[in-house]
Write a protein that binds this ligand. Structure first.
Ligand SMILES: Nc1nc2c(c(=O)[nH]1)N[C@H]1C(S)=C(S)[C@@H](COP(=O)(O)O)O[C@H]1N2
Ligand SMILES: [Mo]
Length: 189
């Protein structure tokens, strides 16, 4: 599976690692790795679609469903979106509805193995129903919001919703320029 990353693989120390759920929630969370490990786990088999036209089918992901994590934090009534933050500075936005989908997982294992550093160790988001850049690697915080705040690629012209079946690659007012796609996904790593 190609690894596609903007910037360097962050250097993460598991003893200092935390996962936060912040913003418009009744109960903000600030979990250590041990606390995250104690949450309920699920195994899912899903496909993965990058915006550069490669897909990888039948990935097995093991971790905690994003919906189960958010349920613990209890989003407030006005919550509509999330902005997911990664170690290393990457961010991506999703509607809360998408995030609560039954196939959205905070994955700690891929195909029965711990994630490798370049694929998001120790924890990544996997959103099979959206283009790959929504599947943030090295997740550290899920910020719950009432408005849609664009993330790293979304500020650079990529679509906020990013449904591959609707081919939502770019902002509607940007021409579908393959150059920008190649800038996003060069298979270098
Ligand atoms: N933190 C972070 N997450 C990221 C990216 C990134 O640059 N930084 N790239 C995204 C893109 S464009 C894709 S296609 C997938 C690729 O996942 P992989 O490297 O595990 O194949 O990760 C996504 N998650
Ligand atoms: Mo991508």
């Amino acid at each position: 599976m190609p690894a596609l990353t903007y910037g360097l693989v962050p250097d993460i120390d598991l003893s200092e690692w935390r996962l936060k759920v912040s913003g418009l929630v009744e109960r903000p969370l600030h979990l250590s790795w041990q606390e995250f490990e104690e949450l309920p786990k699920t195994n899912l088999i899903t496909d993965f679609h990058c915006v550069t036209l490669w897909s990888r089918l039948d990935n097995e992901w093991w971790g905690t469903l994003a919906g189960e994590l958010l349920e613990l934090a209890r989003p407030l009534q006005q919550a509509r979106y999330v902005l997911v933050h990664s170690y290393g500075g990457f961010q991506t936005n999703l509607s809360l509805e998408t995030m609560l989908g039954s196939d959205v997982i905070l994955a700690q294992r891929h195909d029965s193995r711990e994630l490798s550093p370049e694929h998001g160790w120790p924890l990544r988001l996997v959103v099979p129903s959206r283009y790959g850049w929504k599947s943030a690697k090295w997740v550290r915080e899920i910020q719950v919001l009432d408005e849609d705040v664009p993330g790293f690629w979304e500020r650079r012209g990529f679509h906020s919703n990013a449904d591959p079946w609707l081919e939502q690659r770019f902002w509607d007012n940007i021409p579908n320029d393959f150059g920008i796609t190649l800038a996003l996904c060069n298979d270098k790593l």
